[in-house]
Ligand binder design. Structure first.
Ligand code: SAH
Ligand code: SF4
Length: 442
């Protein structure tokens, strides 16, 4: 076993992806190198997600897999971070006697010291305290080093929305936004390192800067749009209630802003939207969609949908189905409601049988698959601009990239095109990707 080698598994959303990048950087700073196999590691870390029970069970399943390793090698340090760690805290140490270290979502920066402390003292430890706003502001990631043409840039963290089903506000804390100057500096630096596309991320980017009296999110986008070297901008996640007219206008105005918006609606029934505490009605949501399409006719939308929220009737579900037909999302991410302890919805009576929820879920998938198929098939024969991300897994001479609509496009071409925008004629549409032929490039 190598002395200072770590193995890291990341679950969940982009926020965890960015936190894991930070973990890699911080551990590198104390001499740890990352390895691909857990049995080569002296430190194993799981960065976890708590948003649904399935994600929690998956993380516990993986943790259990490391138990025999730990038994064989008691010197190895096993740690858990992320949203489960934040929610469960010390309890995890009680439940899993082979776990050495628990660190919360606000404590990633402390990881080097905590690891060192456990290594020196062999005393198991837990740190899941929420930090105050000022301290957190100091700790926003500013990353360097990783070679990639596309990167996530955190603009805000936390969530104040308290949708009734959601654990995020409890495990990520209150919203705070990063100073715009810092964000822009980071993006300029990334552009200098060769990054071509940035995705601005946060739990609720549309409310960026409100508390801090910062510039608006649309003003921030405008400034990112002006950065030389950056070719494409995306952002996620957007809450429909905070999508301003100014921001909608960006899709018509900013040439680098990709024509794709993930705008989770969750469901199509006003009664359930209210119970979910989403802060908009079906009509208002559809109005936003209409305005987006007015300023950018070929914008494509995606959404998250929850099926089987407590009390969902067949009529409520029919409203979600009709909304899918009306909006025609290019893609949806759908989930069966998963009760989260401590959230408001966990106390609502839920008498819909699991079988009924499953059957609704499948009906919805069938409908959406057909809508998505129609949308992506219509791309066959069109020429699309693709940002080449690198060689694909499909073999030598095969490249992949993404269209403005965030669709993976595979095609043949020379490896040196990585990082460039090229034109590709689409020849075939598959369930999760497109195939095309490279046209001339300059
Ligand atoms: N901040 C983002 C979403 C974060 S969670 C937003 O508001 O869009 C990602 C998705 O998980 C949510 O959009 C929702 O569809 C789903 N989700 C959250 N809590 C859930 C729960 N308890 N059960 C099922 N799905 C849930
Ligand atoms: Fe959860 Fe709602 Fe916040 Fe999204 S906006 S993270 S769904 S509480």
């Amino acid at each position: 076993m190598n002395n200072k080698a770590f193995y890291l598994e990341t679950f969940g959303c982009q926020m965890n992806v960015v936190d894991s990048e930070r973990i890699v950087e911080l551990l590198g700073g104390i001499g740890y190198r990352q390895v691909d196999e857990p049995d080569q590691a002296s430190l194993i870390l799981l960065n976890t997600c708590a948003v649904r029970d399935k994600a929690v069970r998956k993380a516990y399943g993986h943790l259990g897999r490391f138990k025999p390793l730990k038994e064989r090698n008691p010197q190895m340090i096993l740690g858990m971070g992320g949203c489960i760690a934040q929610q469960e805290g010390k309890q995890l140490l009680k439940e899993f006697p082979y776990l050495d270290l628990v660190f919360g979502t606000h404590n990633v920066h402390r990881l080097p010291e905590l690891v060192q402390q456990v290594a020196d003292t062999r005393v198991r430890c837990e740190e899941t305290e929420f930090l105050d706003r000022e301290t957190r502001l100091q700790l926003f990631p500013s990353r360097t080093g990783k070679e990639a043409f596309t990167r996530f840039v955190t603009v805000m963290q936390g969530c104040d929305n308290f949708c009734s089903y959601c654990v995020v506000p409890y495990v990520r804390g209150r919203e705070i936004s990063r100073p715009s100057g810092e964000i822009l500096d980071e993006i300029r630096e990334l552009a200098e390192q060769g990054v071509r596309e940035v995705t601005l991320i946060g739990q609720n980017v549309n409310s960026y800067g409100t508390k801090e009296k910062e510039i608006s999110f649309s003003a921030l986008l405008e400034q990112v749009n002006a950065i030389v070297g950056i070719d494409r901008i995306r952002f996620t996640t957007s809450h429909p209630k905070d999508l301003s007219d100014e921001l909608i206008g960006c899709f018509g105005r900013l040439d680098k802003l990709c024509k794709h918006l993930h705008l989770p609606v969750q469901c199509g029934s006003d009664e359930l939207l209210k119970a979910m505490n989403r802060g908009y009605t079906r009509e208002r949501y559809l109005n936003i969609v209409a305005r987006l399409r007015q300023v950018c006719p070929d914008i494509r939308l995606s959404s998250d949908i929850i099926v089987g929220f407590p009390g969902e009737t067949e009529d409520n579900f029919a409203a979600t189905m009709s909304l899918l037909e009306q909006v025609r999302y290019a893609e949806i991410y759908s989930f069966i409601y998963s009760p989260r302890s401590g959230t408001a919805a966990a106390d609502i009576k839920d008498d819909t049988p699991a079988k009924v929820k499953q059957e609704r879920f499948e009906r919805m998938l069938t409908l959406q698959q057909e809508i998505s198929r129609q949308i992506w098939e219509a791309d066959v024969g069109t020429v699309q601009e693709v940002l080449v991300e690198g060689e694909s897994k499909m073999g030598e001479g095969q490249l992949f990239g993404r269209s403005t609509w965030n669709r993976i496009v595979n095609f043949s071409g020379p490896a040196e095109l990585a990082g460039r925008l090229v034109s590709v004629r689409i020849s075939k549409s598959f369930r999760n990707s497109l195939l095309g032929e490279l046209l001339e490039y300059c």
